[in-house]
Write a protein that binds this ligand. Structure first.
Ligand code: BV8
Ligand code: ZN
Length: 256
């Protein structure tokens, strides 16, 4: 049986772990952006995309087979993201990072999300494990640009410098995570004394293994998720709640 925590009575030991942590690492997934209106990665696709499996589309093979289709899918997600705002869960993580830094401690935000809502909320030390939907990279010369404008006219878009084909700057299934991101993640995991897994189904690797790495180094572990996940059975505490409610409530209970 896993240690299910209700929002009304946070265990004192859990609040002590939050208060006393010197190196906090928070791993976030699509559930943290859900309350901003961004569909989670595994939510049933809607409309035109209902007949596609995101696991199929988020691959280099899909882009090679039908670059226009995959470019359109990502551009639609990019357009949708431009209409969204960070939610109280994002803002609570910004508050927590500021509290840690004010106390000379550290806070590392490892995100699987590609929507840059953590940046929009004001998080500083963010490690994008799976790249970003808002950045598009030329497959020929490698030029990268953050795209905050209207839908592309052409799918896939062309590089302004060399005319090459541009792709979304995300990490697809079967692609290696950026070396720098992995290095930053492992460095933070080695030092962390409190690890949180928030709004992620905890099935995508290597991010899903970070909880085990942290626990191996003796970190206390907390999950915040609306549903049960494989992580629920191994964490110290699991809050069955929405991150936009649980994070602010937990910080208020711990820090006032
Ligand atoms: C790699 C970008 C090697 C694109 C994504 C070991 C074991 C098994 C498999 C593997 C393994 N190692 C590698 C693999 C293969 C694969 C993998 O993990 N497959 C799994 C699925 C079986 N991994 C890879 O391919 C990785 N690459 O390892 O490369 C390599 C090395 C050298 C050289 C070459 C290769 C690459 C993985 C990255 C893939 N790209 N995204 C895009 O976004 O389109 S992953 C994708 O899934 C998203 O980024 C998403 O963030 C991520 C994880 O999903 P979640 O964030 O968890 O979202 P999900 O919808 O699943 O869950 C949401 C959760 O929130 C749910 O639990 C829900 O209940 C909860 N929730 C909802 N609302 C709320 C909430 N919780 C709280 N509050 C709420 N309001
Ligand atoms: Zn180019």
């Amino acid at each position: 049986m896993y240690p299910l925590v209700r929002m009304t009575d946070f265990p004192p030991a859990m609040l002590d772990a939050v208060r006393s942590a010197r190196h906090v690492v928070a791993l976030t997934g699509a559930g943290v952006s859900a309350e901003s209106g961004v569909p989670t990665f595994r939510d049933a696709q809607t409309g035109l995309w209902a007949k596609y499996d995101p696991m199929e589309l988020a691959t280099p093979e899909a882009f090679a087979r039908d670059p226009a289709l995959v470019s359109r899918w990502y551009d639609e997600r990019r357009q949708m993201r431009l209409t969204t705002q960070p939610n109280p869960g994002h803002h609570a993580l910004v508050r927590w990072e500021a509290l840690q830094r004010a106390g000379g401690e550290s806070f590392t935000l490892l995100t699987q999300n590609v929507d840059r809502l953590h940046h929009a909320a004001g998080s500083v030390n963010v490690v994008e494990l799976h790249g970003s939907l808002m950045v598009w990279r030329c497959t020929a010369c490698g030029e990268e640009r953050e795209e905050l404008g209207p839908a592309f006219q052409q799918h896939p878009p062309r590089c302004g410098t060399c005319g090459g084909t541009r792709r979304p700057g995300v990490v697809w299934f079967g692609e290696a995570l950026p070396g720098q991101a992995l290095e930053a993640a492992f460095d933070a995991l080695r030092r962390c004394d409190l690890f949180l897994t928030i709004g992620t189904s905890a099935v995508v690797h290597p991010a899903a293994s970070f909880l085990h790495d942290a626990a191996e180094h003796g970190a206390a572990t907390i999950e915040i998720n609306r549903d049960h996940t494989p992580a629920s059975d191994v964490v110290g505490w699991t809050l069955r709640a929405k991150s936009g409610e649980a994070l602010p409530a937990m910080l208020d209970a711990a820090f006032g």
